[in-house]
Design a protein around this ligand. Structure first.
Ligand code: ADE
Length: 442
């Protein structure tokens, strides 16, 4: 595989490309590299490659002309999709480069020598016209900013080269690693059996190959669920895997520390006056179902009117202990999460009794209400869940009244802050909010 590297700093690559397996692959001519410095293709005396951005702003921009000249010297033609092979531009704002793509590139034209061209951005960026002129894909190697694309190009070179046939001694060492089946790698151990008081897991010393394979599979699933749950949706999982993950998910999930309350008083009416709203059967069922699906600790239905609380009790009794429970046990499990109360203070007291901690009270609103509450982002709310119970308050009617918001410690972000139409039902908003906060399957 041949790599053309367009860079202002070819010297950056000496060293990384010469050592270890990559160095050996280079010696064996499995991979080869050519460096093209756009500065060598400039026409002015000062060999200029960068200039200030039009429209102002900090820093310098890599000019299109020297990069275009470099690409033309490699066989690319402006306004044409043809060229010697795939062309990448590294920049922080590119789409993420993944193992799937590394695998796809490693399979490129196995019979002929495939050629990848890598353009390393520098300064504040590259003139955007380059991406209009050439069939270039801009990629990033992570959500952080490097000084330039050189370190990113090295990542791609290594990720792709190591998957080429003959690069590694054992054909399978590439296949068993993290990401290969969309799962992270299981932990590995080597001699000695005990180090600094820590013993190797016994199963690995047992010689029980089936047992070891099961242990490794579960360790991979656990690591992926804990560190990169977003990968699980793309993983090939069998029924046993799914059952194991869901058993883990219950114990690992922060959802158990999240509680929600549906507040019926004080809420706003259409004229923005404080009022009490009446119970809605659908909200109780649907928020209970979402709470159960996301593993929440409890769902409080708070309503001060005695006859309405009576009605709530009747509904709950029917579905958790009566005929409803017999015909629909799943619904019984969801509605078993519901707790009744008169007001927000009732829910706080109950939580304090249950958990021994005062919950963090977080208000929700479709708009940004004019109040002095600090805004907590979804990730920040998830961070709080690791420390203490969090009670999310949802208002019925036209939302929580200022007196209810005054009891809160913070406000959750609005779900559709930029859209024009923003009228989710409270049960839909609750489900979306749980998902954004717990964000567990991304
Ligand atoms: N250039 C600067 N930061 C980068 C990143 N994260 N990935 C690719 N190229 C970059």
């Amino acid at each position: 595989m041949h790599f053309n590297i367009v860079t202002l700093f070819p010297e950056f690559f000496s060293g990384p490309l010469d050592c270890g397996l990559l160095g050996r692959a280079r010696d064996a001519r499995l991979v080869s590299f050519a460096f093209i410095n756009p500065r060598d293709l400039t026409c002015d005396k000062r060999r200029t490659v960068d200039a200030r951005p039009y429209g102002g702003g900090p820093g310098m921009i890599l000019m299109a002309e020297p990069i275009s000249a470099a690409l033309q010297s490699l066989g690319f033609t402006p306004h044409s999709a043809a060229g010697p092979g795939p062309l990448f531009l590294f920049k922080a704002g590119g789409r993420p480069f993944t193992q799937t793509e590394a695998r796809r590139l490693a399979r490129e034209r196995l019979e002929n020598e495939p050629c990848l061209t890598l353009v390393c951005g520098r300064y504040e960026g590259v003139d955007a016209r380059l991406e209009e002129l050439f069939p270039v894909e801009s990629v990033s190697v992570g959500d952080f900013v490097l000084n330039g694309g050189e370190a990113a190009a090295l990542c791609l070179i290594e990720a792709v080269s190591r998957l080429r046939p003959g690069f590694m001694g054992h054909a399978e060492s590439g296949a068993e690693e993290s990401f290969s089946g969309s799962l992270l790698e299981y932990p590995q151990y080597t001699r000695p059996e005990t180090f600094a008081g820590l013993a190797v897991p016994e199963i690995l010393l047992s010689g029980d190959h089936r047992g070891i394979a099961d242990w490794r599979r579960r360790a991979s699933l656990r690591a992926t669920l804990e560190k990169r749950p977003d990968l699980l949706s793309g993983a090939a999982l069998d029924q046993e895997d799914r059952e194991f993950i869901s058993s883990l998910d219950r114990t690992l999930s922060l959802g158990a520390n999240l509680y929600c309350a549906l507040v019926h008083y004080p809420v706003l009416d259409r004229e923005e006056n404080s009022t009490a709203a009446s119970l809605t059967n659908l909200d109780i069922h649907d928020i209970a179902r979402s709470s159960c699906s996301y593993g929440l600790g409890a769902f409080y239905v708070l309503i001060p009117l005695d006859d309405q609380r009576e009605l709530l009790r009747e509904i709950l009794l029917y579905w958790t202990g009566g005929r409803g429970a017999l015909s629909n046990p799943d619904r019984a499990a969801a509605l078993a999460l519901v707790r009744e109360g008169r007001d927000i203070e009732d829910a706080v007291e109950d939580l304090q009794r249950r958990t021994g901690q005062r919950p963090l009270l977080i208000g929700t609103s479709a708009r940004s209400p004019a109040c002095a509450l600090p805004l907590l982002g979804f990730a920040e709310i998830a961070g709080e869940l690791a420390k203490r119970p969090v009670l999310l308050l949802f208002g019925t009617g036209h939302g929580l009244a200022p007196e209810a918001l005054a009891l809160c410690d913070a406000l959750a972000p609005s779900l559709r802050p930029l859209g024009g139409y923003n009228h989710l039902s409270v049960r839909a908003a609750a489900a979306v909010m749980f998902d954004r906060i717990l964000n567990d399957w991304r």
